[in-house]
Design a protein around this ligand. Sequence first.
Ligand code: FAD
Ligand code: SF4
Ligand code: SF4
Length: 383
Amino acid sequence: MAAKGDYLYAWTTDSGLAKKAECGGAVTTLLKYALESKMVDAVVAVKKGFDLYDAVPVAITDPKDLDQTAGSLHCGTVLMSTFIQKYLDGAKKMKLGVVVKGCDLMGILELAKRNEIDLNNLVMIGVNCGGSVNPISARKMIKEKFGVDPDKVIKEEIDKGQFIIEYEGGHKGIKMDELEDDGYGRRSNCRRCKLKIPRQADIACGNWGVIGDKAGKATFVEICSDKGADLVTKAVNAKKLETSSADPKGIEIRGKTEGAMLKLGEKWRKKDFTGLRDNLWSIIDKETSRCIKCYSCIEKCPVCTATSFKDRADDIMVRRGFLPSDPMFHLRRFAHISDSCVNCGQCEELCPMEIPLALFSHAIRVEADNAFVPKLGEAPYKN
Ligand code: FAD
Ligand code: SF4
Ligand code: SF4
């Protein structure tokens, strides 16, 4: 019987799914079991769209369709929290199983605090995340740094600090550090992120710490709640999933890897925030002068909710027809969201004028974190 606090290796008993899954297929198996056993009404996950740079969020109600979502899309930068809030009524009328990275999780918790998502109706399966790569940058990086046509790539993965591609005729890996020193690699918000293992989910799954004969064939599962323990126990009893205790050496390696990633996150924060600290407002003023007032940053932000802000955005922030935008448009937006910015990067990624918006709001949020609780990504939000 699984219990909160357990560290397990877990793998699916479904041989077809094992071939498609990223590691042991525990994530897909647990979501599938939750749907089959009617623990949830639907599952929210991500599947490959047009190509492997195109991650599509989906809500699945037929367990047979879940195998389509197996595998990790490292160029998938979609945010699950706003998807649940906008298109699934914030899980207020149905129970959902949902796969979450750290940013998805923090967005969900912020929306739950604003009564936009009902946490009681969610089963959250966390996936560790070392970071994702913007799909447009990934194509550019593969062409320029790997010398490979991005359309010829069959598979991508991030393993042991390398971005690795498999393509028609071969495979190639380049160290992430080297890529990032040259201006490629993970999104800048991911580099600064310090929520690598999403322990506020019901379970946290990943590949770090799976060693020995299970390496590459099992998922490392940390049980984070009683709900998570119940799901794993029932899936094992139903013979959908097999588990063993994680190797103590593997647990140690996972801990060290997480520690190294947190140090790296701190290094990137220092690098990105240096220079901003003394000139924050003048840099914001200069960068935001390109704004065309498309409102995408407002629309996509998980901590900016309709009732509190968006409906009034026209009145308080924007004088229609005035370009460049009034600097107060941005200053008011930052004042409104920066105290709870989760550094998900959506505002920056979707800004057509490539304004480093997440950098600004994250820098302000980190300053607030020095003085106040809850700290970003660390708060015991659960009710
Ligand atoms: P599967 O059964 O194959 O299920 C994978 C699940 O992930 C599916 O539900 C799928 O919908 C979902 N998914 C795929 N892409 C995304 C995405 N972009 N956003 C949200 N959900 C997605 N583990 C580590 O230990 N260290 C890491 O550094 C690490 N980095 C990761 C980075 C990214 C961007 C992602 C998506 C995952 C990362 N993982 C990392 C987790 C790891 O790749 C596996 O997802 C995890 O071990 C579960 O394996 P599995 O075989 O049980 O999953
Ligand atoms: Fe995400 Fe940007 Fe909103 Fe911060 S301000 S939560 S980075 S969309
Ligand atoms: Fe302006 Fe960019 Fe926001 Fe659009 S997304 S309103 S261009 S800052």
